[in-house]
Design a protein around this ligand. Structure first.
Ligand SMILES: Cc1cc2nc3c(=O)[nH]c(=O)nc-3n(C[C@H](O)[C@H](O)[C@H](O)COP(=O)(O)O)c2cc1C
Length: 184
């Protein structure tokens, strides 16, 4: 199997992290990876806040019930709504939210490829995180990517490995039977 498919299949959300710090080079590589994610309109309407200060990380945890791990670093993915408006996206356009997902998925895979443990968190108080990070009024935090060194003993995955078979999640055309393997 090629390396990309292998990385996609072996990435897991890692919630058991050691107390060790992570090195700057790998954190930079994870931050750099986000700009390679596909973005709506090919615009970069997001801002990333890298949190490495231990006191600030502890404070983030206190306002984030979904942050089960104790991360050594966290990347807070924010949407800059002033940029979104100036680009001309109407409020109903889901692009900025979808971009949060593409950027997060890209960073999670990058972290995994570098041997880091990583996990997304969306269960947190947006208002409290914005205050803690002193964000401008139009910049709203939407997702936190937690990062650290994976602990040697990991709990079993929440669901069975791989999830449901892909065939059960896919419909072909207007409900047709799947075409036979080979050229289509
Ligand atoms: C949009 C989104 C929000 C999530 N929020 C949280 C969260 O707040 N806390 C958490 O521990 N995991 C969170 N997760 C991680 C999922 O629970 C995780 O992907 C799922 O358990 C499957 O784990 P796996 O990716 O290791 O297969 C989130 C995932 C996504 C995509």
């Amino acid at each position: 199997m090629n390396a990309v498919l292998q990385a996609i299949r072996t990435r897991r959300v890692v919630r058991a992290l050691t107390a060790e710090p992570i090195d700057r080079e790998r954190l930079d590589a994870v931050l750099d990876s986000a700009r390679f994610a596909p973005h709506a309109g090919n615009r970069r309407l997001h801002r990333y806040v890298a949190v490495v200060d231990p006191a600030l990380l502890r404070a983030l945890r206190m306002v984030s019930p979904g942050m089960l791990q104790h991360p050594a670093a966290a990347v807070v993915v924010c949407v800059d709504w002033a940029e979104v408006r100036s680009y001309g996206f109407p409020p109903s356009n889901p692009g900025p939210y979808i971009d949060v997902g593409t950027a997060a998925a890209t960073m999670l895979l990058a972290a995994h490829s570098l041997g880091l443990g990583a996990g997304p968190v969306t269960s947190f108080s947006r208002a409290a995180v914005a205050t803690l990070l002193d964000l401008p009024p139009d910049v709203r935090p939407e997702l936190i990517v937690c990062l650290g060194r994976p602990a040697p003993d990991q709990p079993p995955p929440v669901r069975r490995r791989g999830g449901p078979r892909w065939e059960t999640l896919v419909r072909w055309n207007r409900g047709d039977a799947a075409p036979p393997p080979g050229r289509m």
